[in-house]
Structure formats: C-alpha cells, structure tokens
Design a protein around this ligand. Structure first.
Ligand code: IDP
Ligand code: MG
Length: 160
C-alpha cells in the first residue's frame, strides 16, 4: 500500500476571506494528514516556477499577480490516493463551474479566484512539494487513528 503526498495551496482569496481553517479541515475530515505547513507570501520567482506550464496563457500575468498578492498557506498532505482525491474535493478549475460539495463549488463563483491549488498528478506533486518545501520542513508521522482511516488490505487489493 503506497502513501502519496500532494501540494495544496490555500490561495490568497481564501486567506483574505478567512476560509483557510474550513478548507484545511475538509482534508483532515476526509482522513488525510498534514506533514508540511507554512504561511508564506509567494514571490514572483516561485510563482513563475510553480506556474511555468501556463507562462504563454493570456491569464498568466493576472494569475501571478493574484498568487503573489498576499499570504497563502502551503501544505503537504499525505494519505492513499491523496493526489486524485484532493483534486476531486477541489472541484473544477473555474469556481462557477464547480459542483456544490466541492471546495470551489461551495465557496467560489469566480473564474480565477478559486480558493485552492492542488497538484494534478504524482509527478506534479513531487515537483511542487520540492519547490515549496525543504526536506527538513516535512515531518514523518502517522496519526493515531490511521488504522481506522484506511483499510490497508483494500488498498493493497485495488492499487495498480
Ligand atoms: P487548476 O488550478 O485547476 O489545476 P490550471 O488550468 O492549472 O487549473 O490553472 C491554474 C490556475 O490559473 C487556476 O487555478 C486559476 O486560478 C487560474 N486560471 C486558469 N485558467 C484561467 C482563466 O481562463 N482565467 C483566469 N484564471 C485562470
Ligand atoms: Mg493546474
């Protein structure tokens, strides 16, 4: 059974609106656990590295301005299949398009102000975690209720 990690960012709109606690809480409630966490303001350089894939898109300048505009909370969250599950929990990219029940669909109605970032694949997660966190900033631990959060036999039987 393989644990996964993903990078989440509580974006500046969620911070300014006082929604960080509610958003982070959803991942805890789902059974995922925080192994890295920092309050920070993203620099131009970090934004450019993080969103390099979008540098030729028309929304890129606005995206960088938004993401560097104020504090964010960057998190590394761990658990089985967390990369894919976190994306499901976030909802579609444009908040106005996201299903109710998802983070974007419950809190947002904008296009780009969509509250949260989550890595979109295992490869992206590895790259993004390394971009935002030094190894010593990530804490190895297992929550006391781990055995009741995930059934390791089921996970073993169904994982590729
Ligand atoms: P994702 O965050 O769901 O992975 P991406 O396509 O990777 O979505 O886009 C990165 C971020 O850029 C989005 O979360 C959103 O904040 C912003 N963005 C994407 N497309 C647009 C757009 O067409 N207009 C404004 N902002 C956009
Ligand atoms: Mg993306």
């Amino acid at each position: 059974m393989s644990e996964e990690r993903t990078l989440l960012i509580v974006k500046p709109d969620a911070m300014q609106r006082g929604l960080a606690g509610q958003i982070i809480s959803r991942f805890e409630q789902r059974g995922f656990y925080i192994v890295g966490c920092k309050l920070m303001q993203i620099t131009q350089e970090l934004a450019a590295q993080h969103y390099g894939e979008h540098k030729d898109k028309p929304f890129y300048a606005g995206l960088v301005k938004f993401m560097t505009s104020g504090p964010v909370i960057a998190l590394v969250v761990e658990g089985p299949r967390v990369v894919e599950t976190a994306r499901t929990m976030m909802g579609k990219t444009f908040a106005y398009d996201a299903q109710p029940g998802t983070i974007r669909g419950d809190y947002g109605a904008s296009k780009g102000f969509n509250l949260i970032h989550g890595s979109d694949s295992s490869a992206s997660a590895k790259r993004e975690v390394e971009l935002f966190f030094k190894p010593e900033e990530i804490l190895e631990w297992t929550p006391a209720n781990r055995g009741w959060l995930f059934n390791d036999e089921d996970l073993g039987a169904t994982s590729e």
